[in-house]
Write a protein that binds this ligand. Structure first.
Ligand SMILES: NC(=O)c1ccc[n+]([C@@H]2O[C@H](COP(=O)([O-])OP(=O)(O)OC[C@H]3O[C@@H](n4cnc5c(N)ncnc54)[C@H](OP(=O)(O)O)[C@@H]3O)[C@@H](O)[C@H]2O)c1
Length: 289
């Protein structure tokens, strides 16, 4: 069976659905089973025939991590290391999530899996340390770095933008950070596929929506699709601004597009990000009616 950890999160909730769709048996745990408690993890796994663990649990508050780096490192590095150790004992494969924020964003072409992490914020440092500790403790692990996730569950850029667009006449959006918007349901499908294929090579893979955008460009597309499909009944004015005009606690990479070539070579498809965004917006419309 597949063990999904972080079931209540933005991504974890979608992974359970994707695994179910493939007809695979699974168990899913949330906050009640702390990834910082190795004995409790071992107790949970006892007697179960677990062949893959998908870890979607994490400390994901990018700005708050600046003031809580110790906690971020515990959850994003010590926790995953516990899971890598346990995977080794169980003879199961750990599939662990990481992020484009392990990179500084100084490159101007898509980041490769072989590029060295050089994070510019506490969250990125904690995730980079998690990668190192997972691969050291569980060499058969798979790490999937993704980016700019949105979906039905949890706070995310699309739901925040739709709310602001309904409430305000104008919204300022950062236009000098570029990345790849990724629908959590697409990523969940890939994670389920990886969990079903223990024969695939271990190591780091990148997966995000195909193509790139700035946060402003992403917001423009959200508004346009939401108007087209009746989720908004009027347009609000979107204004592109520089990061310097929108100060936050954590620095962000200016460019964090991830190369998809390695995972594509395994046969996984990354849909163009606009295509996925439209499917997501249509799924929200379905929920409204
Ligand atoms: N969101 C993005 O844009 C993005 C981009 C790239 C990569 N990722 C990575 O993708 C993964 C999933 O992200 P997400 O956006 O789905 O995160 P999320 O919505 O914040 O979900 C994370 C879940 O982990 C749980 N959790 C936190 N500490 C835990 C612990 N000690 N033991 C067990 N569970 C714990 C959280 O519970 P509480 O809510 O109760 O704390 C939450 O349900 C993370 O590894 C993240 O770094 C995310």
């Amino acid at each position: 069976m597949i063990w999904i950890i972080g079931r209540a999160g933005l991504l974890g909730a979608e992974v359970s659905k994707a695994v179910e769709k493939l007809g695979l048996s699974f168990a899913a745990t949330g906050r009640e089973l702390d990834i910082l408690a190795p004995h409790a993890l071992r107790d949970f796994a006892r007697g179960k025939d677990i062949h893959a663990i998908v870890n979607c649990a994490g400390y994901t508050a990018v700005d708050r991590a600046e003031a809580e780096e110790d906690l971020a490192v515990r959850v994003n590095a010590e926790g995953p290391e516990n899971l890598a150790r346990l995977s080794l004992r169980l003879g199961a494969r750990l599939i662990h999530l990481s992020t484009d924020y392990v990179f500084s964003g100084t490159k101007r072409e898509p980041y490769l899996e072989s590029d060295a992490p050089d994070p510019v914020n506490a969250y990125g440092r904690s995730k980079a340390e998690g990668e190192t500790r997972v691969l050291a403790a569980g060499p058969d692990s798979v790490i999937v770095r993704s980016a700019w996730l949105y979906g039905r569950h949890g706070g995310n850029f699309v739901s925040t933008m739709l709310k602001l667009m309904r409430e305000r006449d104008s919204v300022d959006v950062v236009d000098d950070q570029h990345g790849s918007p990724t629908w959590a349901a697409d990523l969940a499908g890939v994670l389920a596929g990886l969990a079903a294929r223990p024969d695939l090579p271990a190591g780091i893979y990148h997966y995000s929506g195909e193509g790139q955008a700035s946060w402003y460009g992403f917001a423009v597309e959200i508004q346009s699709l939401a108007l087209k499909h009746g989720l908004l009944d009027r347009a609000c004015s979107l204004r592109p601004v520089a990061t310097s005009q929108y100060p936050r606690a954590a620095r962000r990479p200016a460019y964090s597009v991830l190369s998809q070539e390695k995972i594509k070579a395994l046969g996984f498809r990354a849909p163009p990000w606009r295509e996925s965004l439209e499917r997501f917006i249509l799924s929200l419309r379905g929920m409204q009616s």
